[in-house]
Write a new protein. Structure first.
Length: 122
C-alpha cells in the first residue's frame, strides 16, 4: 500500500492512475496529524510526499518517520517544483530516500508504484 500526502488534484489523479495500473492500493491523506496516525495504523510500503503541500508539513513527517524505530524502514519519496531547491534539499537533509523535481517524479511514477507489493502480492 502506498500512502500519499498531496493536495494537487493533477498529481492525485496521476498517482491514482499509476496505482490502479499496477494493482497497488493507494491512500491519500491531506493533514499532518491524520497522516502520522495513518502511517502507524496502515504501515505502508511506500510514502510519497508533495513538498509543496503545506497542510501535511512534509519535512516534519519525514523527520518523524526517520525518528520512529517502527517506521524508519518505510521508503520515502518526495517531490516539488524544481524552483523550490530549498524544499528539495530540506527533504534530503531530513532523510528522504528519493527527492525529485516534479517532472522527474512524473517520469519515475510508474516504476515507483510498481515497486510496491500489494497485500495480495506479498
Amino acid at each position: 500500500m502506498v500512502m500519499v500526502g498531496v493536495d494537487d488534484l493533477l498529481f492525485q489523479s496521476r498517482i491514482r492512475a499509476a496505482a490502479q495500473a499496477s494493482g497497488t492500493p493507494v491512500t491519500f491523506v491531506r493533514h499532518h496529524d491524520a497522516f502520522i496516525a495513518a502511517i502507524h495504523d496502515r504501515q505502508p510500503s511506500l510514502v510519497i510526499l508533495d513538498l509543496d503541500c503545506e497542510a501535511i508539513h512534509p519535512i516534519a513527517i519525514i523527520q518523524q518517520i526517520r525518528a520512529d524505530p517502527a517506521l524508519v524502514a518505510i521508503p520515502l519519496v518526495a517531490f516539488a517544483a524544481h524552483v523550490h531547491a530549498d524544499r528539495l534539499q530540506a527533504a534530503r537533509d531530513a532523510g528522504c530516500d528519493r527527492v525529485l523535481a516534479r517532472s522527474r517524479f512524473v517520469a519515475a511514477l510508474p516504476e515507483l508504484i510498481s515497486s510496491v507489493r500489494g497485500p495480495s502480492q506479498a
